[in-house]
Write a protein that binds this ligand. Sequence first.
Ligand code: CS2
Length: 489
Amino acid sequence: MTRLSRHHLQSLPHDVRRPSYDRAAVRAGVVHLGIGAFHRAHQAAIFEEALNAGDLRWGIIAASLRSPAVRDQMAPQDGLYTMLVRDGSADRAQVIGAVRQVIVAPEDPEALLAALTAPDTHIVTLTVTEKGYKLDPATGGLVEGDAQVAADLVSLKAPQTAPGYLVAALARRKKEGLTPFTAISCDNLPHNGQRLRGAVLDLARRHDPALADWIAAEGAFPETMVDRIVPATTADDVAALGRRLGVEDQAMVKTEPFSQWVIQDWFCGPRPAFGAGVQVTAAVAPWEEAKLRLLNGAHSGIAYLGGLAGIDHVHEVLTLPEARTFVEALWDEAEATLTPPPELDVAAYRRDLMARFDNPTLRHRTRQIAMDGSQKLPQRLLAPIAARLEEGQGVDALSLAVAAWIRWQAGVDDQGAGHVVDDPLARPIAEALSGASDSRGRVDAILALGAIVPPKLAEHAAWRETLMKWLSVLETHGARAALAKLRSE
Ligand code: CS2
């Protein structure tokens, strides 16, 4: 089948929305690092609205820091792709034209540095995942033992990491008398702006203290909360869209109607007139914390317990009454640790979340969410557990989710089917677990790892027992029995 390209824009079915602006007149005001499906369904769709509204400064030059896969999907399509919004019954299709170019950074570091240094570039957005910031969770500084960090500490001629690219480009901007860009982290990390700023300043200071001072004084690193569920696209999705469009779109993304972006009001240059779904505000942290602990915390719990029960998709896990009770119990526990923003009606938010998880047409895989647990657990589950323990409150539902993550590390589900543990710490975790012979030993081994569970929490004797109790139920009776036990308690 022919690939989607600019030649097809006029002949697509009438109900497909497409760019209403002249793509040739667009300037690239945004450089994005880490062009995965999430960027294409979230920030790119938002900059597309600015373009559709006639402000042509907000085209995107995007980069992959690792593989050529997305460039190879998008380049033959003139950067065009379809965003399919699935509400559970009908689908809405929109072709997005905001992405002007995709650079594969390891192939052409100079091209990415040139884009970051261009006077037209006002905003740099990042979705490089939790691990892409190269920060040590314990110290908050750059991970010293990482080979790419080590390379960037020696030279920034061909940077290896996201902070490396930002520092190298900011050095050039300073030299050329340009202003910095606003660097916006769009990853699910608490205080993501502060973390990005910390990584950039740490690296800059080690190369040139004056550069670090300039970035600290002139740069902007707003905190953000990003929210939209974007499951990985499957071959079936591409085939079905091809039948609908009459052309093949290998870069399509599928997502839900909901989209939210809360951005701290801290820009050092121009920004678009953001429309619906974007809030620019002074305080992002309460939004971020509520979203991480309610949405993402429940997601991780559903992923590990559902995955162990051999269930492939989030909405299928939630057909089990005991899984719904678990999610509500986890939310009861997590909610009590929040100071939600005054505009957030938590009861309504929880209802809406359950409906979003129930969306049967999204087909969000439990295995996708199970990835990188070591990077996700601290902010999603361990932080609310620590807060509750400090108040002497129970933590059964949150701890069941953590125990399920430990159980997941064994690489087999309750039926004996194998899975790959996809996690940057998979090796040290496996090594730690290999010496343990029972549930207690496995809990002790994980708690001793340091890199994941904060020491103070790891030393909490009563919590250790709770974790042990749930891991033992999971290992002896399986995830469904554990969910039933939580329900009956
Ligand atoms: C998910 C998130 O994969 C995961 O870890 O929890 O990607 C989630 O879908 C988004 O944060 C929703 O905004």
